[in-house]
Design a protein around this ligand. Structure first.
Ligand SMILES: Nc1ncnc2c1ncn2[C@@H]1O[C@H](COP(=O)(O)OP(=O)(O)OP(=O)(O)O)[C@@H](O)[C@H]1O
Length: 672
């Protein structure tokens, strides 16, 4: 086909050529056979690898194969291509192996995100493409070689970027691979061994950055991480459902996503926030360690092992010395096994002294013999985390011994159960207890570590929960994402340094303050709360300072006014979120039903689908909607201890418009 004269036509031709090349790559992969494998198991493995390869080469008709292009400057390093197209995956021309599209994660693609007039990195021009469906519709050029003060230095926000952000939302979160910003890219591409911690105002892209970092790390360290694993931890199921499509869109399907409840066990009980906060304190780690090791007791008598007609005897002080030598030097479970082995070894020595020649098998037999088992059980009993915690929370004397010098009487009284269950089996465990059980579990048996952990909304985790996560990346690294201003739990973090210390990771804290989601007018309004909830934080800025509609209105009747506002929002394109105080959710749902307006209700375990979603305020974290209607801010703020922080979360969910309706007075912090 003859090339059309326009630039756009030439770029479309390159897209068509790339698509054809990808098809050939896919056909080639599909034609490979697993028959070369030597045995059945290898064949299955190879088949699955080939299937994955074919799936990874799929061409999604709605997603462009490339979204950017770079043109080389005169002073470039040798070896760079004249022109490179950057996209979601490598595409090459089969015959000559010529790269048609480079994966955004390849080292050379870094320039697409990082080059600027101050440092063009050898490139002359950056071109960004606009797409509709899979079709290329626009492009935007940015000169990079004009020098630090030339045109392009104070580049206005890219139109393609703003359009991408304002594109009406339907369904789950999208990837941002085409428009990752330089300061975000630095975090995405940080080295694997480095733990990074991102403090980011609402909508600065923390979640997006974390997900893209997962994809980057898997691409760059595929072998290592496919063995050790990458895990994303988010606040609840609704949030995980919302972000679930991003990594598959980037070609990564093997990243686990979990809530803290999935990892530590779902809570079966509840308790007052103050009790949870006391149990979440890092000092509980010392109490638990002591509680566990208090179970190692002095032997009441020595050990006698009979073999044939011989009786071998260890005095009680010898048994005591062996136990004392091991106590606290290993994990409890390993120590118990070592205790049995050491006892057996001493018996073996006695046998040798009597002229026997026992081998190692005899030592194992002795270690498993009844008298050794009995004394091990007496001195170093087998324990489950539940048994230890049950005793700690139900036995005031035991709690006093375990927390001596760590918790004062008031703190002990706070965590002691007022009405203990009958046994550890029938005990109800709260979210805070789950973290304590996990700590005990690790004191008994080592928790395996993953290669990399990404923790979102990390400000909401207690010290004990952070320790639990830290164990899961003990030999790996972490990406920690959050916003101190959005901390809504009784134990919310006040400093990232502390968070990193509890995680057991050395890391740097980076701050993101440029908000992509929330328009300027809305962000400024929500930021009135900042001096009251996190005065130390910088005020966030919006990428779209003048954009967005804010409508704050006192109304005579909340429910009818909400219905009217919902109707108006539904007349505009995009998603609509009606965020209400949890206690008022049922009333709002009834009002919508009566008005015949189709809607879904977000629950802790469910992601809502459809254009209009009713969201209880406590579930809004991490989510976003084109149009947000907030009903009765004062009730949201009054519903919980850190209610103003909750309100800050709620007011920062809108991409295009925010309507605030109130019958009661607004909270003083919000009123101008
Ligand atoms: N570089 C970018 N290009 C395009 N869109 C972006 C970019 N960065 C962020 N966004 C968009 O901004 C919105 C907010 O991003 P994200 O949810 O990751 O922010 P966040 O910091 O986690 O917010 P919150 O603290 O409120 O949970 C998302 O729609 C995301 O796709």
């Amino acid at each position: 086909m003859p090339a059309e004269p326009s630039t756009l036509a030439a770029e479309r031709a390159h897209l068509a050529e790339s698509r054809a090349a990808l098809r050939r790559m896919r056909e080639h992969a599909a034609g490979l056979s697993a028959d070369v494998a030597a045995d059945w198991v290898s064949k299955q493995f190879l088949e699955s690898l080939l299937d994955q390869r074919v799936a990874a080469l799929a061409d999604h008709p709605d997603t462009p194969l490339f979204f950017g292009r770079m043109d080389l400057g005169d002073a470039a390093e040798p070896g760079l291509p004249e022109v490179m197209y950057v996209g979601r995956r490598h595409v090459h021309d089969g015959d000559e192996g010529r790269p048609l599209v480079l994966d955004w994660r390849a080292p050379v693609s870094r320039a697409f995100y990082q080059a600027g007039p101050a440092d063009p990195m050898g490139w002359r021009l950056r071109r960004r493409f606009g797409f509709q469906g899979g079709e290329l519709t626009a492009f935007e050029d940015e000169p990079l070689d004009a020098g630090p003060s030339g045109p392009g230095t104070s580049h206005p926000a890219s139109r393609i970027l703003t359009e991408e952000i304002e594109r009406p939302r339907t369904g789950p979160m999208r990837d941002i691979v085409a428009t990752i910003q330089p300061e975000q890219d630095v975090i995405v591409r940080a080295d694997l061994p480095r733990t990074v911690c991102v403090q980011g105002a609402p909508g600065t892209g923390k979640t997006a950055v974390g997900l893209h970092r997962a994809a980057y790390l898997l691409f760059t360290h595929r072998d290592r991480l496919s063995r050790s694993g990458v895990l994303i931890v988010g606040p609840n199921r609704a949030f995980l459902a919302y972000i679930s499509a991003v990594l598959p869109a980037l070609g990564e399907v093997r990243v686990e996503q979990a809530t803290i409840g999935d990892l530590l066990g779902a809570p079966t009980g509840e308790e007052p926030a103050a009790v949870s906060a006391a149990k979440g304190d890092a000092r509980m780690a010392d109490v638990l360690r002591k509680a566990l090791w208090l179970h190692v007791r002095k032997p009441e008598e020595g050990l006698v092992v009979t073999r044939g007609i011989a009786r071998h005897r260890l005095a009680d002080h010898e048994v005591r010395e062996i136990a004392a030598g091991l106590r606290g030097t290993t994990r409890y479970g390993a120590g118990r096994a070592a205790f049995a082995q050491r006892l057996a070894h001493r018996i073996l020595v006695l046998m040798e002294r009597r002229g026997e020649a026992p081998d190692d098998r005899v030592q194992d037999q002795v270690a498993r013999s009844k008298p050794v088992k009995q004394i091990v059980e007496q001195v170093w009993p087998k324990l489950t985390p539940e048994q230890v915690l049950y005793r700690l929370l139900s036995d005031a004397d035991f709690l006093r011994s375990a927390s001596k010098g760590v918790l004062d009487e008031r703190e002990q009284a706070a965590i002691l159960w007022p009405r203990p269950a009958r046994s550890h089996r029938s005990a109800k465990w709260t979210a805070a207890d789950r973290a304590l059980l996990d700590e005990l579990n690790d004191l008994i048996e080592r928790t395996p570590s993953l290669g990399h952990l990404i923790v979102d909304e990390a400000q909401d985790l207690s010290a004990m929960q952070l320790r639990a996560l830290g164990r899961r990346c003990g030999t790996g690294s972490a990406t920690v994402l959050g916003d101190l201003a959005q901390g809504t739990t009784a134990w919310s973090a006040r400093s990232w340094k502390e968070v990193l210390a509890h995680l057991g990771q050395d890391g740097e804290v980076t701050e993101l303050t440029l908000g992509f989601r929330v328009p300027g007018t809305v962000l400024d309004y929500a930021a009135r709360l900042l001096p009251h909830i996190a005065p130390e934080l910088e005020r966030p800025r919006s990428l779209r300072p003048g954009a967005g509609a804010l409508d704050v209105r006192r109304v005579p009747g909340l429910l009818p006014a909400t219905v009217t506002a919902v109707r108006a929002a539904l007349d505009r394109p995009g998603s609509v979120g009606l965020i209400v105080p949890d206690a008022a959710a049922a009333a709002h749902v009834a009002a919508l039903e009566e008005a015949g307006i189709a809607h879904a209700v977000l629950g802790p375990e469910s992601d809502g689908t459809g254009r209009l979603l009713v969201i209880p305020a406590t579930l809004a974290k991490g989510l976003e909607y084109d149009h947000v209607i907030v009903a009765e801010p004062a009730a949201i703020a009054a519903a919980e201890e850190r209610g103003l922080a909750r309100l800050y979360v709620v007011l920062t969910r809108a991409v295009t418009s925010l309507t605030v309706l109130h019958e009661d007075d607004l909270p003083a912090a919000l009123a101008a």
